[in-house]
Ligand binder design. Structure first.
Ligand SMILES: Nc1ncnc2c1ncn2[C@@H]1O[C@H](COP(=O)(O)OP(=O)(O)OP(=O)(O)O)[C@@H](O)[C@H]1O
Ligand SMILES: [Mg+2]
Length: 561
């Protein structure tokens, strides 16, 4: 077991410790919906220099490839030619806008927003992580570039996210990566009861990833379900290298603590070691196997870090897994097993052997699945093209009709016009709820662009106005006053589906909003409306939208030509 010595660091905030209350282990009930989940603030331990920094308005590629591992070189090679040929530097649009079609926002963390995109160059789907904040100093920029270095370093390993390229433009960093299916956190919320065999497989994947990091004396410091992504081949991939530190190198003094729900207790004393990752992995396994809502702070937070685990929640897991989780979550870092020790657990050894035996068959299965997917996506491309073509013809037709109607109406006498207007049906729609834009100016309309999959609400920004409606819950918890462990069961209804249709966007909420009936004539939302609007806009349920659409077409049909 490896443990590094403590550093003389400023004191970290001590979690809120309230009166100790015995575990009640109740399953989480609906009243929990009142609480919104915020990511705990991150404390930076390094002094920041506030000198201004400015990257060029022209995109330039960032790569650390070719740089020998660990030589301490501070600045990356900037290769202006590494970006694709279709990029026109003379245009106002950024490289991102020119070369990719943004399809949906699929995630957000404290540093970046992640978008699902289609490359205009090769037609394939990717994930692009864009830094949320502009570079505020050269130091901040260097911190972001460190993540590129790590993604590049581990790209290619089956249990890390495949990395393609990174570039900077207008003081922002962009990283193009493999598009994963979903995060482990999302998977857990969707599946709830994960079979134990799957949990062992996930543990094995994460240990293989962690072994790669720890063998290079790197510590991840932000291991949590949200930072584990599920790839197309069903393997788990460790992502988000934003807090990685090298225990041998100078950047250890910049260590930043991760999410407090997964944080090892010794981090509070400024002890950053590989054992801290093991603790976080133990917490993640506990969450996976018990569907437990992890405490953010308070007495339950303390109990989990003093070796008292929620027995009621753990009664359904095998003694083997329970013992391992307990060992990984030992309060003393020295008592926790290392990655290699865990990997020598007989269950994991046999799993690995089985994987090796079946490797060829697994590879074949993956190839078949990939080619099936590629064929399907080609077909979808065709379908999409036909759909766009029909939509554009329809839009042009509707637009022409509307213009000619308006022209005709202006030619009519005021009296005639009034009569006609009276006969025209009003298009009205019911307001079901405001989007989070109304409550939180950090959300932009782009967050509600249609996605092909579930459009997960921003994980970090809380729709404040929604607090009164109690309907949307973010994925990171706020401090809660409850003194008993809770299950995550009622956190599942947190998303709504948005689909594009021929008239604009339909939002199909999974949740029922209290309907407030208002009338807003002619209020169709188009993609352009959404992108340009700085106003809060409205969500419609499917039937209201269909009703509106029907009325619109009736209106068009009734209009005199
Ligand atoms: N390659 C990807 N494919 C699919 N989804 C992704 C991908 N990368 C990131 N995401 C989603 O975006 C979310 C945020 O990404 P990431 O964790 O890298 O951002 P961050 O700002 O560094 O987060 P943190 O707050 O954890 O430091 C992830 O939790 C995940 O749900
Ligand atoms: Mg993250």
């Amino acid at each position: 077991m490896t443990t590094e010595s403590a550093l003389p660091l400023p004191r970290l905030p001590v979690p809120d410790i309230r009166a100790e209350v015995a575990f009640q282990h109740s399953q989480k009930q609906n009243e929990r919906l009142q609480e919104y989940r915020l990511r705990p603030p991150k404390l930076r331990l390094a002094n920041r220099s506030h000198s201004s920094t400015s990257t060029s308005t022209t995109a330039h590629a960032i790569s650390f490839r070719g740089e020998s591992d660990g030589n301490g070189k501070a600045l990356p090679e900037l290769d202006a030619n590494a970006l694709s040929g279709s990029y026109d530097r003379s245009m106002n649009e950024t490289y991102f806008e020119q070369c990719f079609t943004r399809l949906a926002k699929i995630g957000e963390g404290s540093f970046g927003e992640v978008f699902k995109v289609r490359s205009k160059e090769d037609g394939r789907m990717y994930a692009i992580k864009m830094s949320k904040e502009l570079y505020r100093s050269e130091h901040y920029r260097q911190e972001r570039l460190e993540e590129v270095r790590r993604y590049e370093q581990f790209s290619g390993h089956a249990n890390f996210v495949q990395f393609y390229r990174a570039w900077e433009q207008n003081d922002r960093l962009y990283m193009q990566m493999e598009l994963c299916r979903e995060s482990l956190d999302r998977y857990l919320v969707r599946r709830r009861d994960i079979p134990e065999e799957t949990i062992w497989n996930i543990l094995l994947d994460l240990l293989l990833a962690l072994k790669n990091l720890h063998d290079r004396n790197l510590i991840h410091l932000d291991i949590k379900l949200d930072n584990v992504l599920i790839g197309d081949d069903d393997s788990c991939k460790l992502a988000d290298f934003g807090l990685v530190i090298d225990v041998d190198r100078a950047n250890r003094h910049q260590a930043t603590e991760g999410d407090s729900r997964y944080m090892a207790p010794e981090i509070l004393q400024g002890k950053f070691s590989k054992a801290a990752d093991i603790f976080s992995l133990g917490v993640a396994m506990l969450e996976l196997s018990c569907f437990l809502e992890l405490p953010h702070n308070g007495p339950l937070w303390q109990q989990l870090r003093s070796g008292v685990l929620p027995h009621d929640f753990m009664k359904n897991i095998s003694p083997e897994l329970e013992t391992l989780i307990r060992q990984m979550m030992s309060p003393e870092p020295e008592a926790r097993p290392t990655v290699d020790e865990i990997l020598s657990h007989k269950k994991l050894v046999s799993l690995l052997e089985r994987r090796n035996r079946w490797r060829l068959i697994i590879k074949m299965k993956q190839t078949i699945r990939r080619s099936r997917k590629a064929a399907w996506s080609k077909l979808c491309n065709w379908k999409q093209m036909i759909f766009s073509f029909v939509t554009s013809i329809l839009t042009t037709f509707i637009h022409r009709e509307a213009v000619s109607n308006r022209r005709r109406r202006t030619l009519d006498s005021p009296m005639q016009q009034q009569v006609k207007d009276k006969q025209l049906p009003m298009i009205s729609m019911r307001l079901h709820a405001l989007t989070p834009t109304a409550g939180n100016n950090r959300n932009t309309p782009i967050e509600f662009l249609p996605g092909e999959n579930y459009l997960h609400l921003s994980q970090q920004s809380t729709p404040i106005n929604f607090a009164t409606h109690n309907k949307i819950v973010n994925s990171t918890p706020v401090n809660h006053n409850n003194h008993s462990f809770r299950s995550r069961k009622d956190l599942t209804k947190t998303s709504f589906r948005a689909v594009e249709n021929d008239c604009g966007i339909e939002y199909l909420p999974d949740i029922q909003y209290s309907p407030a009936a208002i009338s807003r004539p002619n209020s169709f939302l188009s993609l352009d409306d959404l992108e340009q609007s700085s106003q809060p806009f409205i969500l419609l349920d499917k039937s209201s939208l269909q009703e509106c659409r029907k009325k619109l077409f009736t209106q068009l049909d009734n209009s005199p030509i």
